[in-house]
Design a protein. Structure first.
Lengths: 160, 83
């Protein structure tokens, strides 16, 4: 059976609760839904920020996320996946990214959501620019994010 | 060949994309970066540290060693910071 999956890139805000509910509505085979929302913080490196601007590579961003969703579906017994990533100007407190995973049991849903987020951070072509005190600067990639993504490349058993 | 630039690579080069004829000796993505760095001050600045720059051929990640082959679009950008 194919796993229903949705990947969307958009400027507009999304409704995380509605997206999570939509994934399991009308189904009785799903026992676990994990929802991760990444939110724009009001500070960067200890200083307040006015906003983030997310640049992306149209075409490649969708393709790259879809590749990772397909890999997640192959590795874990998922019943549904939704990934939404915003681009453009985002103010502190607004949502940036949403990952929802559904499965029979929680282990697969948790693991797949974490896998997808780790890969979104290091492989999906998005770049964050910070507006701070009238100046703009690009956010630097964190080595910790690479380390987090690398742990998924060691061969491991799919969650039971 | 269509070249695309993103984030600070785009800012330094001064344009989001361009069409360029590549010389015969440019066979890999790394060689392309070296060639671009010699095209002027703004390119030299953008590609001054090619080790930190990531590349994609036809919208898939590649390494600097990747052959350009029959690619129609090559993109250069900094390490990604989405999510």
């Amino acid at each position: 059976m194919t796993t229903p999956s949705t990947v969307r890139l958009q400027r507009e805000p999304f409704d995380a609760a509605a997206e999570a509910a939509a994934l399991s509505r009308g189904r009785s085979d799903i026992g676990a839904v994990v929802t991760f929302t990444g939110i724009c913080r009001g500070d960067e490196a200890g200083a307040p920020i006015a906003a983030l601007t997310l640049e992306h590579y149209p075409g490649m961003a969708e393709a790259e996320i879809e590749r990772h969703v397909a890999e997640a579906v192959e590795r874990w017994p998922l019943k549904g996946v939704t990934v939404i990533h915003r681009h453009g100007r985002i103010a502190p407190g607004e949502d940036i990214v949403l990952v929802v995973t559904a499965s029979v049991h929680r282990q697969a849903a948790f693991a797949a959501a974490e896998f997808l987020m780790d890969y979104l951070k290091t492989r999906a072509p998005f770049w964050k620019q910070v507006e701070q005190a009238g100046a703009k600067s690009w956010v630097e990639a964190k080595a910790a994010d690479d380390t987090a993504a690398e742990r998924w490349t060691t061969p491991k058993q799919a969650a039971e | 060949m269509k070249l695309r630039y993103f984030a600070w690579v785009r800012e330094r080069v001064g344009k989001p994309e361009e069409e360029l004829e590549l010389p015969a000796g440019v066979a890999t993505v790394g060689q392309l970066m070296t060639w671009l760095a010699g095209r002027g001050e703004e390119y030299a600045h953008a590609f001054e540290n090619p080790k930190v720059i990531r590349a994609a051929i036809d919208r898939s990640h590649v390494t600097a060693q990747a052959p350009i082959g029959t690619a129609s679009e090559i993109a250069f950008f900094p390490p990604m910071t989405g999510g």
